[in-house]
Design a protein around this ligand. Structure first.
Ligand SMILES: *Cc1c(COP(=O)(O)O)cnc(C)c1O
Length: 568
């Protein structure tokens, strides 16, 4: 990659060198083919790749029902509705289809294209594979119906389409010069099997070791979570039923069916020349999981232009010329007058509170310390920790000042414990009525995330360590001058300076993150600063921007991948 991205785009359009495969991607609201952090990260990453003129294409699937639209009843019970959207309105159809052998029949998939236009006009193309085409029988048509829906058979069929179909698609498009296949998590790892088959065909009777060396030369793998649910494993008989005997035999010969199952992370890792985790702490955790692999780390980021609120974007335009092309310039936020930082945030907050009041009829106080508590709801995220001792919470509010909490997040349709947590949040809201305002806003999505991350006063995150590989919503908050109150896990270990960029909950050790530590920090540090020292709080906002907004950004991240993983 050239040092100056501006010179990159004058280059003629040419074949991609990197193909980025991802099960989900969050590009715009009109494309609901994402569930949460993984897809949002992919979307931000691809935008920055376009901004920087990277020769990259992306492959994903087109889910006609999206993930789901969340509805919450008065008891806090979640129900799921299909998302209604029209691919025709958001994507360009291509006159092109690929076939993949799935469950003994040829499944055809058509492709749709979305073009991301970068800051200087460079285009990154994203291809969506869609099995809902005429000629496929009903079972085949529904392979791409829903993201993370269905059983293991459905999931493996989707992953076969993504990995194997994705490689076929790129060949059909004439993208022959791809030197790097980047697997964004294990879902697409079957692409390596398809590359091995192609290599084998090319070499005739070449030894397996030589074929695999070539595959490994071309693949890069990013792992995104140490949590078991993030690593798909399929029993060998299901693999045989979905992929067929030939491919099952090949996987067995390659050693990927050991223990009677196919582990997609093992497959991806085992077929890659470069494997990385998404924060420094996550690298340590991943090294314990894969001691035989030299795992590297590239810390995640967010797309600064996309996530800066309107008022914060204007503030940066006024003081930090060039930040839209280079987020490292946010470092100079340290020179912005504090009253302007506070003013920009006040506008973000008022937009958030107006929107929440409009959606929920909640009675919100613009002067009250507002905590943002929003992300996927699942046990390891411990979303209900703040409400584990309501008397303690009441007592600290009486001493230190009012508090309002804005919650949002979806639980996977079969994550019963996650769904229960949403019910507990609504119970807590009822129990605290009149003392602490707690509002659950349904259907967490890109738009709501942008409002919450920018408009809250403090961003709360207290997952069980060491399960948060990175986390990105705190980065969106920091960019907008919203400090984090977070356990020391994931990105926060790298972004945290106590009392300067935000606050830690508990210490560095695992298990050391109790509700008591959270209440203490709120009572003794966060609330007194907010109500007692507005100038100090504005300074913390400014430092969050200067120290964290300037680094936890996808343009920095894409540059790191280009240098270390893609060798561009
Ligand atoms: C950023 C984002 C996430 C990821 O949040 P984490 O804090 O990393 O868990 C999830 N969902 C949406 C809609 C987001 O914008």
């Amino acid at each position: 990659m050239a040092e100056d991205p501006l010179t990159e785009v004058s280059r003629p359009e040419r074949c991609a060198q990197v193909a980025y495969f991802t099960m989900e991607v969050a590009l715009v609201d009109a494309l609901p083919t994402y569930s949460g952090g993984l897809g949002v990260l992919a979307g931000d990453y691809l935008r920055s790749a376009a901004d920087l003129g990277l020769p990259l294409v992306a492959v994903t699937l087109l889910y006609r029902q999206g993930y789901f639209r969340q509805e919450i009843d008065e008891h806090g019970r979640q129900s799921e509705q299909p998302v209604r959207w029209s691919p025709e309105a958001a994507l360009q159809p291509l006159e092109l289809a690929v076939g993949v052998e799935i469950e003994g029949r040829s499944v055809r998939a058509r492709a749709w294209r979305y073009e991301i236009v970068g800051a200087t006009g460079w285009r990154v193309r994203v291809y969506f594979l869609d099995s809902d085409v005429e000629g496929n029988e009903a079972g085949a048509r529904s392979i791409t119906d829903q993201l993370y829906g269905g059983d293991g058979r459905h999931r493996l069929s989707q992953e076969a389409l993504l990995g194997i179909g994705g490689v076929e698609l790129l060949r059909a498009l004439g993208e022959e010069e791809i030197s790097t296949f980047h697997m964004n998590e294990g879902h697409s790892a079957l692409l390596a099997l398809r590359l091995a088959e192609i290599e084998q065909d090319k070499r005739g009777d070449a030894a397996l070791a030589a074929v695999m060396a070539e595959v490994r030369r071309r693949c890069v793998f990013t792992t995104h979570t140490p949590v078991a649910a993030g690593h798909d494993r399929f029993p060998a008989d299901l693999v045989a039923a979905v992929l067929g005997e030939g491919r099952t035999t090949a996987l067995r010969q390659l050693g990927f069916l050991e223990g009677g199952q196919l582990d997609m992370t093992d497959l991806g890792v085992g077929c890659s020349r470069f494997v990385n985790a998404v924060s420094r702490r996550h690298r340590e955790v991943t090294r314990r999981m894969f001691p035989q692999v030299g795992v590297r780390s590239i810390t995640n980021g967010v797309h600064s232009v996309r996530w800066a609120s309107e008022s914060v974007g204007r503030l940066f335009d006024d003081y930090l010329e060039g930040w839209r092309r280079d987020s490292s310039l946010l470092r100079y936020a340290a020179t912005i007058p504090l009253e302007d930082v506070a003013g920009a945030h006040r506008e973000s907050k008022s937009r958030l509170l107006d929107e929440v009041a409009r959606r929920t009829d909640a009675d919100l106080d613009p002067a009250a310390l507002t905590i943002g508590l929003a992300r996927r709801v699942t046990p390891y995220k411990q979303t209900t920790l703040l409400f584990s001792d309501l008397d303690r919470l009441r007592a600290l509010v009486n001493v230190a000042g009012p508090l309002q909490v804005l919650c949002a997040g979806k639980a996977h349709p079969r994550d019963w414990l996650g769904k229960e947590m949403i019910e507990q949040l609504s119970e807590a809201a009822r129990a605290l009525a009149g003392e602490v305002t707690v509002v659950f806003v349904e259907n967490y999505d890109l738009e709501l995330a942008a409002l919450l991350c920018a408009g809250s006063d403090v961003w709360l995150n207290n997952p069980a360590k060491p399960n948060e590989a990175s986390g990105t919503s705190g980065m969106k908050a920091a960019l907008n001058g919203v400090p984090s109150l977070s356990v020391l896990d994931g990105w926060w270990i790298e972004g945290w300076i106590e009392g300067v960029t935000g606050w830690a909950v508990g210490g560095a050790d695992e298990g050391d993150d109790s509700a008591g530590a959270l209440y203490d920090k709120l009572e003794l540090a966060v609330l007194p600063t907010f109500y007692g020292d507005a100038a100090r709080f504005a300074e913390i906002r400014r430092s969050a921007i200067a120290l964290n907004g300037s680094f936890f950004a996808t343009d920095r991240m894409v540059r790191e991948y280009a240098r270390a993983a893609y060798l561009l």
